[in-house]
Design a protein around this ligand. Structure first.
Ligand SMILES: Nc1ncnc2c1ncn2[C@@H]1O[C@H](COP(=O)(O)OP(=O)(O)OP(=O)(O)O)[C@@H](O)[C@H]1O
Ligand SMILES: [Mg+2]
Length: 160
């Protein structure tokens, strides 16, 4: 578990951008945290660092957005509504991951049962100040676990 601390929305984007350097085709990152915690902000910093120039907006009403013009093509999914669980299955996420995409899934803990067994869980929580966030990164499975030491070093600016 890596515990990091963000001081602003740009700080969260920068942290996510560092993490994006470790992204590989087929990766899944689950983003959890209450409304407004910063999951979409995290996705924006992550996507920018992958080389995506177009604006990354919240996929709450579209369920999923795909950004192909990137170092690793990005799939940004939001499964806020629980009745979309079946839709997530129907999206064919495993196939898209096999095709070489990296998936960021907002409210991911809810859909964990239908996703691959190997993922990084990023949880965002409100802090003392309005612009402060606690960011916890936890690896599940061998693929992300093998990267955690290096990620911890890369995120030293944000860890306490
Ligand atoms: N340190 C911070 N990190 C991230 N966002 C922050 C931070 N400080 C303030 N904010 C603000 O909090 C809001 C986060 O919104 P965002 O849409 O990213 O949240 P979300 O977790 O995706 O919410 P939702 O559950 O609605 O999808 C933004 O308005 C952002 O400017
Ligand atoms: Mg969001």
């Amino acid at each position: 578990m890596i515990r990091a601390h963000s001081k602003s929305v740009d700080d969260t984007r920068a942290l996510a951008g560092e993490l994006a350097m470790f992204a590989k085709p087929g990766d899944v990152i689950l983003l959890s945290g209450d409304l407004g915690a910063g999951k979409t902000a995290f996705a924006q910093g992550f996507g920018r660092a992958l080389g995506i120039d177009e604006p990354i907006t919240s996929p709450t009403f579209t369920l999923m957005r795909q950004y192909d013009d990137a170092r690793v093509p990005l799939l940004h999914v939001d499964v806020y509504r629980l009745d979309r669980m079946q839709e997530v299955v129907e999206l064919g996420l495993p196939e898209m991951l096999d095709a070489g995409m990296v998936a960021l899934v907002e409210w991911g803990d809810v859909v964990a049962p239908v996703l691959p067994a190997d993922f990084l869980h990023v949880d965002l929580d409100f802090g003392d100040g309005d612009d402060e966030r606690a960011v916890r990164l936890r690896s599940v499975g061998a693929s992300w676990s093998a990267r955690m030491n290096a990620i911890g070093r890369a995120l030293e600016r944000w860890t306490v």
